[in-house]
Design a binder for this molecule. Structure first.
Ligand code: FES
Length: 261
């Protein structure tokens, strides 16, 4: 136990019977709002705040050992606080919990729980460490938060899968400030030549989460940049969620920008 943790005491917060399996409730310890979660006979406590944009985790649902933020769907491991899925990239703070004689006690932690706990099947805490994404973004790739900067006009070029992917790098995810190609959101590119020599471009694109609020903007901006390529007469953008996006689809460049090691 670190010195910082030793300075905090276990505080009774609830009776174990107050929560059923996968139940959660808000508790207050040392003026801090926490979400207390029960999974089976185990209890966990996290700061009741999503590190993406301050969503209340206590309003989310619990599945296995993950709690989902109700706002944009980011999931956190209740055992460690680790961010499991986008758009969250940083862990929320997990605290120590004990159950004695049917009483649940919580002790505030100020250091990460780097736990013991294995990752969820098929998931991994990809974002246990990160720098500020906004600070990491270069000037070229950093529109104002919450907005998509209009893509710059590109010079004309011939139509190929490489030129399509290159053009799509002008489309920036407004939550993460990384282009959609380096994020691994482009699953497929196909180019059909028409009888008039013009090209129809079709792309399969996914989102970092099904509830991604930037989806319509990303699709429209993709159509805009591809429609400006000389020789392209039509663009089709299909949104696909299978297979689901996972952080390991990101390029090294994207990881560098997000400060993920
Ligand atoms: S505020 Fe939680 S996912 Fe956006």
């Amino acid at each position: 136990m670190s010195h910082a943790e030793a300075s905090h005491q276990f505080t009774p917060v609830a009776h174990a019977a107050d929560l059923t399996d996968k139940g959660r409730m808000v508790v207050e310890v040392e003026d801090r709002l926490l979400v207390l979660v029960r999974v089976g006979d185990d209890f966990f406590a996290l700061d009741d705040v999503c590190t993406h944009d301050d969503g209340p985790l206590s309003d989310g649902t619990v599945d296995d050992y993950a709690i989902a933020c109700p706002r944009h769907g980011a999931k956190f491991d209740v055992r460690t606080g680790a961010a499991l899925t986008m758009p969250a990239t940083r862990p929320t703070q997990a605290h120590d919990v004990e159950v004695r004689d049917g009483q649940v006690y919580v002790r505030i932690r100020s250091t990460p729980k780097t736990a013991e706990a294995p990752h969820l099947p098929g998931q991994k805490p990809a974002f246990v460490s990160t720098s500020d994404p906004a600070a990491a973004a270069t000037g070229e790739l950093a529109p104002a938060q919450g907005e998509l900067a209009p893509p710059p006009v590109e010079p004309e070029r011939s139509v190929s899968e490489d030129s399509v992917r290159e053009a799509l790098k002008q489309v920036i995810d407004p939550e993460l400030f990384v282009n959609i190609v380096d994020l691994g959101l482009i699953y497929n590119v196909s180019i059909d030549e028409q009888t008039d020599g013009k090209k129809h471009v079709a792309i399969d694109m996914t989102m970092t989460s099904p509830a991604c609020p930037a989806g319509p903007q990303l699709i429209q901006n993709s159509k805009d940049v591809l429609g400006r390529i000389d020789g392209v007469s039509a663009v089709d953008v299909k949104l696909v969620m299978i297979p689901p996006w996972t952080p390991d689809r990101m390029t090294e460049a994207a990881r560098d920008q997000l400060g993920i090691f």
